[in-house]
Design a protein around this ligand. Structure first.
Ligand SMILES: *Cc1c(COP(=O)(O)O)cnc(C)c1O
Length: 491
């Protein structure tokens, strides 16, 4: 039977759906569109220049009463949507952090959409759970993470939407551990204290607010000249709080801060946490991927002292957003923190052990939402397409280019490096320039459309951030960017 025959068999009630035949035709067109985009993206101005409201002004006020042809949607993508896109996939995108994607990842994501399964329980699609557990165990080996994060021990890994969610889940598990699961039962405890460096990601503050600890109970620990947390200052803050009758319960160390790529010393922090029986979460959202290469694994030194860890393949591992890998050493504690058992989800497989005694994993108990997409597919496709060797090669290239860029900055006395870049984020500024002059330089560069950079404040001074990690960035793009920066600074 042909697709058309199948379409003829469809009952009248199905007539509004897209037929398999039409799906195939439009699907090919969509893939062609994306492939062309990948090839052309470097020619687009990187930053969208639309004004607030411009995109909406071009959209009809009312949704259509009658269905429209797909071709029209694609046309509107070109005319209305594309002008409002900042091109994160451009090889000239050096802003914020990478959010790199790749062919195998896009196709894996498409397959997940096509299957459309809900992976909340093992029983709701066994492959969705088992592939995820398996690929996350692979990644423990690939990054040489501690064995205690493997599913074959008391720990295990799960894909979360974002690092922000991982931090929140870790904080909730820490909160329950510190109160013998009492907050879960009886509500907030105002004495719990959390710690991170004053360079940690804003998601820690958000988690502290959501988890009910209160922002006043988050201590921002000072950093050293490389913007890494001072373990001694952490130990002192914990001692002060404990002496005041408070309960220190959670430390978040960052491996690669967003602002400057600061690397908190995990081992020294872990020892402080051990001595004080405090839960340690390690946030390596941006930089954890570096550990694919043995020469960068020093960033994780002491990780076996952590209770949980996360990194984002959706930043620097060629995997489409969203994909954050979250590992815990004690999955039973996480599951106990987040599990609820409504009657309508009860099933034999779950009751066979719930993952705690070697039964199945029900991943809805490992994070906040109930429903979950089949995100392991894209990660599996990426790892199989590139192989460890391919991933390592690209990571090494990005680090090498960043180090070269930093050496060019150092060699030009109009500029200064604010800190030696450990990996792929270079923080620099005009050495004799005010904040206004640095801001002007940044604005002029971004307005050119030829590249895109963002800024931060370090030691209270405006600093330009040059972050390398887009999929298609090559040496020539970094060279062109540096030439343009030099030229713009002299203008
Ligand atoms: C980017 C980043 C985050 C936030 O990542 P999401 O996955 O978007 O929540 C958290 N921590 C660090 C260190 C980051 O670089």
């Amino acid at each position: 039977m042909t697709d058309a025959d199948y379409d003829d068999l469809m009952p009248n009630a199905m007539k509004y759906h897209m037929s398999a035949e039409a799906f195939r035709e439009h699907g090919y067109a969509m893939i062609d569109w994306i492939a062309k985009y990948m090839q052309a993206v470097e020619t687009y101005p990187v930053m969208s220049s639309v004004k607030p409201g411009d995109v909406r002004a071009n959209l009809p006020a009312q949704p259509p009463q009658h269905g429209e042809p797909f071709e029209q949607m694609l046309r509107d993508v070109d005319e209305i949507i594309m002008p409002g896109i900042t091109h994160w996939q451009s090889p000239n995108f050096f802003g914020f952090f990478p959010a790199n994607v790749s062919g195998p990842s896009i196709l894996g994501d498409l397959l997940a959409s096509g299957l459309g399964v809900q992976g909340m329980l093992w029983a709701t699609s066994p492959a969705c759970t088992e592939l995820e557990t398996h690929v996350l165990d692979w990644l423990v080996d690939m990054l040489d993470l501690p064995e205690r994060f493997k599913s074959t021990t008391a720990g295990g890994g799960v894909i979360q939407d974002t690092a922000s969610s991982s931090t929140l889940c870790a904080l909730l598990a820490a909160r329950e551990r510190a109160t013998s699961f009492d907050v879960n039962e009886h509500g907030a405890d105002r004495k719990l204290i959390a710690y991170c460096s004053n360079q940690a990601h804003s998601s820690v503050e958000k988690a502290v607010k959501i988890a009910g600890l209160g922002r006043a109970n988050l201590r921002l620990i000072e950093v050293d000249e490389s913007f890494a947390m001072r373990p001694q200052a952490l130990a002192e803050a914990i001692a002060r709080d404990a002496a005041a009758g408070l309960t220190p319960c959670f430390v978040c160390a960052t491996v690669g801060t967003t602002s400057s790529n600061g690397l908190d010393p995990v081992r020294a922090i872990g020892e402080v946490c051990k001595r004080n029986n405090i839960y340690l979460h390690v946030d390596a959202a941006m930089s954890g991927t570096a550990a694919l290469c043995p020469e960068f694994r020093y960033i994780h030194d002491g990780l076996e002292l952590a209770d949980s860890y996360c990194f984002n393949p959706h930043k620097w591992m060629f995997t489409n957003f969203d994909c954050d890998c979250f590992y815990v050493a004690d999955r039973a504690a996480l599951i106990k923190t987040l599990s609820v058992q409504p009657e309508y989800l009860k099933n034999k497989a779950s009751e066979s052990g719930g993952g705690e005694s070697g039964g199945v994993f029900d991943y809805r108990d490992w994070h906040i939402p109930l429903g979950r997409r089949f995100r392991a597919l894209k990660l599996w496709f990426v790892i199989r397409h590139y192989g460890i060797e391919g991933l390592q090669s690209h990571i090494r290239e990005h680090v090498k280019l960043s180090q070269e860029f930093a050496s060019w900055v150092e060699a030009d006395d109009r500029f200064e490096l604010v800190v030696q870049p450990p990996l792929t984020l270079v923080c620099f500024r005009l050495s004799r320039g005010s904040d206004e002059m640095n801001q002007q330089l940044l604005d002029d560069l971004n307005r050119s459309g030829k590249l895109f950079l963002t800024h931060t404040k370090l030691d209270d001074k405006l600093t330009l951030r040059f972050s390398i990690g887009a999929t298609y960035t090559e040496r020539r793009h970094v060279e062109q960017a540096w030439a343009l920066i030099q030229q713009t600074a002299s203008a």
